[in-house]
Design a protein around this ligand. Structure first.
Ligand SMILES: [Zn+2]
Ligand SMILES: [Zn+2]
Length: 259
């Protein structure tokens, strides 16, 4: 009886109304603040971030590296390999990020990821679409794959930040979401707590698996993640996809972290 879906619907929607009402009351007592500047939000602002802060996100200056989307130190023409690229072998066929991981964009992503402000995913959809269309306008994507979390981490966080980004992106672009094409079979320490890029590399090795290679064989895929730092995580996801027979793997992230 516990699993009867019809018995869950009324209580869920009732709970939803209650949550809505609760939020309304809470907003009256504690007016919502911008997650970046902490000033009170105005009518017309997103419910987590003010227009001013959202307008201060810095796009990755072009031309950027075609492989890792790092801004080029010397400017000039686009290159396919740069000093900030992940160490070889690189298994993906190009990456693009909407913003640089700095200033208000970094603050907003931290609030999204670590303070669980999941509604912020909405403000990243349009920039992800734009970045994708500018960089990958000529590629065919057969499926969109969010970087998976280990089950225990997803339980703790209650949502997968990359999956939520990918969901919005897919519905906007009318692309197929492939939630379980790659799974995380090994728990790894959070990448943010580690220092060296070589340590990130060894930590992530063997963390992912493609449970059903038939689903990815011969296809082109877009892997979605929140931040591209060293590229170790997305490179490992691309590696298992290629081993399973994927033809091309492209990477899309909200932000590119560069030192
Ligand atoms: Zn603000
Ligand atoms: Zn590069």
């Amino acid at each position: 009886m516990m699993n009867n879906p019809s018995s869950q619907i009324p209580s869920e929607s009732f709970g939803g109304h209650l949550a809505e009402l609760g939020r309304g009351l809470l907003n009256l007592v504690f007016p919502p603040l911008c997650v970046v500047c902490r000033k009170g939000l105005q009518t017309g602002d997103h419910e987590e971030i003010c227009r001013q802060c959202a307008s201060l996100f810095n796009p990755v200056p072009l031309p950027a590296c075609a492989t890792c989307c790092a801004p080029l130190l010397t400017g000039g023409v686009e290159v396919s390999r740069c000093p900030r690229c992940p160490p070889k072998p690189v298994h993906f066929d190009g990456a693009v990020s909407a913003f640089l991981y700095q200033g208000s964009a970094a603050e907003a992503i931290k609030a999204y990821k670590f303070r669980f402000r999941r509604r912020l995913s909405e403000i990243f959809t349009e920039p992800l679409v734009t970045a994708f269309q500018q960089r990958f306008y000529d590629v065919t994507i057969n499926g969109v794959i969010p970087v998976p979390l280990h089950k225990s981490r997803q339980r703790w966080r209650e949502f997968n930040q990359s999956e939520l980004l990918a969901e919005h992106f897919c519905s906007q672009m009318n692309l197929a979401m492939m939630r379980d094409a790659v799974c995380r079979i090994r728990k790894t320490p959070p990448q943010t707590r580690q220092v060296s890029s070589s340590k990130r590399l060894t930590n992530i090795k063997g963390a992912f698996q493609v449970p059903d290679p038939e689903k990815v064989k011969g296809g082109n895929f877009l892997v979605v993640d929140d931040i591209f730092t060293t590229g170790a995580t997305v490179n490992e996801v691309a590696s298992v996809l290629k081993q399973a027979g994927a033809k091309k793997v492209y990477i899309l992230t909200i932000a590119r972290a560069v030192k």
